[in-house]
Structure formats: C-alpha cells, structure tokens
Write a protein that binds this ligand. Structure first.
Ligand SMILES: [Ca+2]
Ligand SMILES: [Ca+2]
Ligand SMILES: [Ca+2]
Length: 331
C-alpha cells in the first residue's frame, strides 16, 4: 500500500503488510489503522493526529515495527475499548507518544520538519533517525515514501521517511601543533585552524568556501599536512602531533571576528568552537575543538558611548555632546 493517508482496514485473519505510509488525520471508528481479528505487519509508517487512535485493535495482534505513532487523539495503539493500550500488539523499535512496552521503543518527540503544513520528514536531530530495528536489512532497491533509499547511515529510521541527511564528523584542530589552544581576546592576528584528513577522510572533498567556525568564515584556506587527529573522543582533547601523511585543510580566521561572536568570557575559560561546512556533494560536516581564553572580553553595550564598560552619566554627556553633529549638513 502506498497511500498518502487513509484508514487501513485489516479484516479477518488478514496478514496484511502495511509499510511506508503517512497515516494522518483520519477519523472514524478506528482512526489510523483498524484491525479486526488479524495480525498485520505495520512497518515504517508515520501515524499522527488520528481519531481515536493510530492503531486500534479488535481481537488482533499487529506487529508494529519502525513506526512513529504520535499525537493521536484518544490513544496511540489501543484496544477496541477507547484509549486502553492494545495488550496483544507487538510493538518494536517504534516512537510512541507516552511510550509503549517492547524492545527498542522510544517516546521522545519525533521532531518533524513542519507537521503543521503536512511535512512529516525528520529534522536532522530527530531521535527517530537510525533508531529503527538495528537488524533491519532493506530489500534491494527498497525505498521510503519519497522513493529514496530506505536505509541511510547504516541503520533504518522510524517512520515513512528515511532521513537522507548524513552528517560527517570531522577532526578539527585549532592551532595545529599547539595543545592547549590559547585564544588571546585582544589579538588582531589570525587564528589557524585545520580540518584533519585521515585514511578514511580526504579533505579535498570539502567545499572550503562553506566552512564556518562559530559562524565566522575563514579569510583564506590551503592544503598542507600539519597535524594528526586525536583518537580520544573527549571533545576538548588535543594533541601537539604534527604531520601524519594525510593532507589537512588549513584555514585562517580573523581572531577579532571570532571574539566578536563568543560573548562575555573571562581569562582561563575553556570554550568549544563548532566548525560546520559541506562537502562538494553537499553532505554536511561538523566538528569542534576547544580554546582557552586569555584576557577578558565583554561585548560592547551600544549605550556605552565612552567605552569604559559601564553605562552612566558620562555616556549621556558624550551622547548629548554629539547629538547635534548628525544634523549638521555640509554643502
Ligand atoms: Ca538511517
Ligand atoms: Ca591544537
Ligand atoms: Ca594530517
């Protein structure tokens, strides 16, 4: 079945397979899927906003796998009696509002892209990504509701749509060959940063123009072998190890622009800076490294006209003194 939505009716002894459907906003005796005396397999469906339930069973034992059952009005997976959870339903690796007993089930908000406007694709940080049945093996050429590959990222998602977005984690080294990485907030110089290549990751696949560190673009980039990735997964772990035989993407950022976006910091603070970008095929990449703040930085208050860090009468005087300047027009 490949319906956008609709009441699926599984009658007497049916062993129907209901897969890859959006079952949204139905109302009727059963709601989304109604089963009578049957044992259908309900796989990779997104069932939302149905009245009374996402799945309602009358003497049936459906097997519900890799589904999202959320925001249905009276209950999610219920017995014939309104709102009572279906005792004979076998529910696995599914996201069910308020939870449901069974292996691999979760109850976190599924984070649809825009459910108000009918977009039930998953946001990149949805808990339903890669949390379907870990042993699920897609058939050759099996697709999701969009006709896109059913399994991306090695593990199947819950729901009708497989998230096609695969974020690649990259190794980032702020100040290659220095550890820790001091950041002098008064510096007018450049902050060197490298995205590190490895046996598995060729940095020439990166679209260097897309790179941002804390949202700031680099002023230049190059390819050199400058450092070795740290194997420790602790995010602020760093190393002084130099070239390793794999080319790195080296970038230079204006320190004052980085300092401009990090907010108020004090001497000795440790701060993680996030690096984002895309590969030339648009696959997103992300990574991070940490800096130790040297000096103290407080973002300028716009009303602090004399720049002494406090807003007081002296600022008002400076403001008043300059008031008329703006109305003087030179001919
Ligand atoms: Ca996946
Ligand atoms: Ca470093
Ligand atoms: Ca390297």
């Amino acid at each position: 079945m490949k319906e956008q939505s609709g009441i699926e009716y599984c009658g007497w002894d049916s062993g129907a397979m209901i897969a890859n459907n959006l079952i949204i906003g139905n109302s009727g005796p059963g709601g989304g899927v109604e089963c009578w005396q049957s044992a259908p397999s309900i796989v990779n469906n997104t069932m939302v906003g149905n009245l009374p339930a996402g799945v309602r069973c009358n003497g049936c034992s459906p097997e519900i796998i890799n589904c999202i059952v959320w925001g249905n009005y009276v209950g999610q997976i219920t017995d014939f009696v309104h709102g009572v959870p279906a005792v004979n339903a076998i529910v696995k690796h599914s996201c069910v509002e308020s939870g449901f007993s069974g292996i691999g089930n979760i109850s976190g908000e599924p984070l649809f892209v825009d459910s108000t406007n009918g977009d039930y694709h998953l946001q990149p940080d949805s808990p339903c990504i890669d949390t379907g049945d870990p042993n699920y093996v897609a058939e050759p050429n099996e697709t999701d509701l969009d006709g896109k590959p059913r399994v991306i990222g090695g593990l199947v998602d819950m729901g009708a749509y497989e998230s096609q977005l695969r974020v690649i984690e990259v190794a980032v080294d702020i100040k290659p060959q220095s550890c820790p990485n001091p950041l002098n907030v008064k510096s007018l110089g450049l902050l060197p940063v490298a995205v590190l290549g490895s046996e598995d990751f060729d940095v020439s696949s990166i679209d260097a123009a897309s790179i941002r560190l804390a949202g700031v673009a680099p002023i230049r980039s190059s390819y050199e072998n400058v450092a070795t990735p740290v194997s420790d997964s602790n995010e602020c772990e760093c190393s002084i190890e130099g070239p390793d035989g794999f080319l790195d993407l080296t970038l230079k950022f204006e320190t004052r622009r980085i300092v401009g976006v990090i907010g108020e910091v004090n001497d000795g603070d440790e701060l993680m800076l996030e690096l984002t970008g895309v590969l030339s095929d648009e696959t997103p990449i992300e990574g991070s490294d940490c800096v130790i703040i040297r000096g103290r930085h407080k973002p300028l208050n716009k009303a602090d006209f004399d720049g002494d860090g406090t807003v007081d009468m002296a600022d008002f005087a400076a403001f008043a003194e300059n008031w008329l300047q703006s109305s003087i027009v030179e001919y």
